[in-house]
Ligand binder design. Structure first.
Ligand SMILES: [Zn+2]
Length: 814
């Protein structure tokens, strides 16, 4: 699933604006070109001092230096540049944002002197500068060097702002932005911006490079204090997608999108489409060609980290809220990768057809595919018809439930199937493993470490040791599909007990040549390594933990995403952890039921705890300190390129585990009735809709037990603030004394809490241990501060005190 920041960022490092050739210069394109050509107006350069601009939590103060206005654009000033001595100050309000800023800057606020400032805006900045110049009695000065210095960089800066600016200029009800690109000696080039088109309008961050990778380090992002953002101009209603996959795997596509405008006055609507596909035309409902911009907004492109690109369609007239807009988009190009040996991969996740960059709209889909007859093709939805047409195969799919995204996969498949009640499951496997994996099964004398197949993602943990004497023959992927189909059928029945009926009438499983899985409505992709028996994976030198992940966890994690992701979807990037947590937790619950003696859940939680406490390469910190769960994909940065995976899976799984244990009633017939009820309620209330942390918080607070109410406010805020919006894992230790009190013993002492802020609350169980006896609960201590006294009575004199021996908390005990 995807997300991006609709951010305008420092593009000064990018060379020039990419331009697609367009036959006719439309009025919008002409304006766009004019915006790209803006330069400093030599007649409007001033010496300024002690002038400040304030936008929400951001303050840019110009102490002394030279300020030049950009040439007016149709009478309006849309930018200014400054060289001299200035200062930028920005303070996030949210604690998680302060943590984030601290990680990048070392302080929870941005306060730094800068020498150069590039300002772009569609808000009232021009008027503010004008009124300052008047009140200061500033007179234009002749500074040819200042002008030529800035004019040398403006051609590469402008394209980052031109489309964003046009969206406001073209609109009768603009949603303005203010952006400052700044240069200082410590951080280099960075930006602060306030943009009303973002759901979280205030942003600070910068582009960074690390080991050949390009990252957008988002230091902080949060909503402005007054007024909500208006991120979406329109939402999709219906798609009709026609796709031809040619013999050479080139894709030719035609998508009719019906959207509904959410606001008045929008003329330019952004969509995403893979950069591998080139848009040929966009026409409206009457067949009139519409102007569009593809891959021309550098600002948006800079922050795309998942390979999707934006393209913008220009409407002939501004939108009216509620109005239906219909477009036909024609495109072609390459999104299908040939991994060798007949193994294919449809890349760029959902961007093989154009759609808005949003994950929360469930729509109807009607899809027709035409592909080479020798291949099999699987897709989301219900296949209503399939026939051969010469060398081609043609088939038609419709969604019988609303879908959040559509997907397809193809290959030369062997198939096995199973039924789980009314759900029909088909597992598709390639005839051979892709070329990169075949290499793993060949002897590699002299190699110390298997490098991992080229093009595979997240491989660091996979290729830990190489088996130098591995046999030459790789196993056929189809060997396991019978078992896989049966196991998935078994898991569907198990997960239905937790989550309710499987959301789709059928489930297709197909291979993906990568170290990851994906889950689409009624269609899951599993790593091709899932199709290799565990013994063979070991023979190829794949680490034991990775083998567990491919063979045991991934099929069921992706299966659980059918509910958590495809029936309910996360509302924003801040809520993605909920889907990952519940998918992972359901998979572990299933594995625990299937093989109770293996204690998979307990072992996985233990491994996750040590993952979170282990140090991260190139950093003194623990994985937990990379950042709070609420930062979602922002955890991936130049400081921690795989931060998301390192934090989200282990910590979010623990968060759900702690919630389940708190909700458990060991004396009840169904001890998990409350947790089960929670999952049902969430899926019922957010069926084909978005689910946010706020929704989860509210539902948990509704069913919480009195013991969970640590703040006595009938709220679970303490829990979510500690575990989702902050970092830190508590370390507990206890000192105590035992004294005789009549027939009983009095145990009194102090529970120490370290590694978390003073205000951290936890409900910690203390047990007594006696010889080889099973530990006996003495009672609970609700921590407040670094030291909390406790006092318990016991009929037996304890040999020792045990802190949370059942490991109900993500903690470290001494
Ligand atoms: Zn997942």
């Amino acid at each position: 699933m995807r997300w991006i920041f609709a951010a305008a960022v420092c593009a000064c490092l990018a060379a020039g604006g990419a331009r697609a050739a367009h036959p006719a210069e439309s009025p919008t394109r002409k304006l766009y070109d004019e915006l790209n050509a803006l330069r400093v107006d030599p007649a409007h350069v001033y010496h300024v001092r002690e002038f400040a601009l304030r936008r929400d939590a951001v303050r840019v103060a110009f102490e002394s230096g030279t300020l030049g206005l950009l040439e007016p654009f149709h009478g309006r000033v849309l930018g200014a540049v400054f060289s001299g001595s200035a200062e930028v100050l920005a303070t996030p309000r949210d604690p998680a944002e302060k943590i984030s800023l601290s990680r990048f800057l070392g302080t929870p606020l941005l306060d730094t002197p800068v020498s150069k400032v590039h300002l772009r805006f569609t808000d009232g900045t021009a008027e503010e500068i004008e009124s300052y110049l008047q009140s200061a009695g500033a007179k234009p000065v002749n500074e040819p060097e200042f002008v030529s210095d800035w004019n040398a960089v403006l051609p590469s800066l402008n394209p980052a702002f031109s489309l964003r600016t046009l969206r406001d200029l073209d609109s009768p009800s603009p949603l303005p932005f203010f952006q400052a690109m700044l240069v200082d000696s410590r951080h280099g080039v960075f930006e602060v911006s306030v943009d009303d088109r973002r759901p979280e309008q205030v942003l600070m961050g910068q582009v960074r490079y690390r080991e050949g990778g390009r990252y957008y380090d988002l230091w902080a992002m949060f909503p402005r204090a007054s007024g909500a953002g208006h991120p979406e101009p329109a939402e999709p209603v219906r798609y009709t997608i026609d796709t031809t996959v040619q013999d050479d795997l080139q894709l030719k596509g035609h998508t009719k999108i019906v959207m509904q405008a959410l606001r008045d006055g929008e003329r330019i609507i952004p969509l995403i489409l893979s950069r591998g596909l080139k848009v040929q035309s966009v026409t409206d409902v009457s067949g009139q060609p519409l102007d569009f911009f593809q891959n021309e907004d550098l600002s948006e492109k800079e922050v795309l980290r998942r390979g999707d690109d934006l393209f913008f369609v220009v409407l002939p007239a501004p939108t009216k809220a509620g109005q239906e807009i219909t477009w036909d988009v024609t495109y072609s190009g390459s999104v299908i990768t040939d991994a060798g040996n007949g193994v294919f991969y449809v890349g760029d996740r959902g961007a093989w057809y154009p759609h808005p960059n949003e994950t929360t709209h469930f729509c109807d889909y009607d899809m027709t595919f035409r592909w080479p007859r020798k291949l099999n093709l699987v897709a989301t939805g219900k296949r209503t018809e399939e026939h051969e047409d010469g060398e081609w195969r043609v088939a038609h799919w419709v969604s019988d439930e609303p879908m959040i995204l559509a997907a397809f996969n193809l290959g030369n498949y062997s198939q096995a199937s199973a039924d789980a009640g009314p759900v029909h499951i088909t597992v598709n496997a390639n005839q051979e493993l892709e070329q990169a994996l075949v290499g793993l099964f060949r002897p590699r004398p002299g190699m110390a470490l298997a490098p991992g197949p080229a093009g595979w993602r997240r491989t660091s943990d996979v290729w830990r040791s190489a088996n130098l004497t591995a046999a030459a023959l790789p196993p056929p992927p189809a060997a396991v599909i019978g078992h896989l189909a049966t196991d998935i059928g078994d898991a569907v029945r198990n997960m239905e007990q937790w989550n309710g009926p499987f959301p789709f009438a059928r489930l297709e499983v197909s291979p993906l040549p990568a170290a990851e899985g994906q889950s689409w409505p009624g269609l899951i992709y599993l790593s091709t390594l899932t199709f290799v028996p565990k013994a063979e994976q070991r023979r190829a030198g794949i680490a034991e933990r990775a083998t567990f992940s491919f063979s045991d966890l991934m099929p069921f994690h992706e299966l659980a995403h059918q509910w958590w992701g495809n029936l309910a979807a996360y509302a924003s990037y801040r809520d993605e952890w909920i889907m990952e947590a519940l998918a992972n937790y359901c998979a572990l619950l299933y594995l625990d039921t299937r093989r109770p003696d293996e204690h998979t859940m307990a072992r996985a939680l233990e491994a996750y705890r040590s993952d979170l406490l282990s140090s991260v390469p190139d950093g003194p910190e623990t994985a937990d300190e990379i950042g709070p769960l609420a930062l979602g994909q922002r955890l991936n940065s130049s400081l921690a390129p795989d931060g998301f995976a390192r934090v989200i899976y282990p910590k979010a799984t623990w968060v759900v585990h702690m919630l389940r244990l708190m909700l458990q009633d060991p004396k009840a017939k169904d001890p998990d009735a409350r947790f089960r009820g929670l999952l049902h309620t969430l899926l019922e209330k957010h069926r084909y809709a978005a689910l946010s942390e706020e929704d989860l918080r509210r539902e948990v607070s509704r069913i919480m037990t009195p013991e969970m109410d640590l703040e006595s406010m009938h709220s679970m805020d303490w829990f979510f603030e500690e575990w989702v919006h902050a970092t830190g894992i508590p370390h507990f230790s206890a000192t105590y004394k035992v004294s005789e009190a009549g027939r009983e013993y009095l145990v009194h002492g102090t529970l120490r809490q370290k590694g978390v802020p003073e205000a951290f609350l936890a409900r910690v169980p203390l047990y007594r241990g006696n010889g080889g006896e099973k530990p006996v609960l003495l009672g609970w201590v609700v921590t407040s501060g670094h030291e909390t006294p406790f006092r318990f009575r016991s009929t037996v004199k304890p040999d020792r005190i045990l802190i949370d021996p059942g490991q109900t908390l993500l903690d470290v005990t001494h």
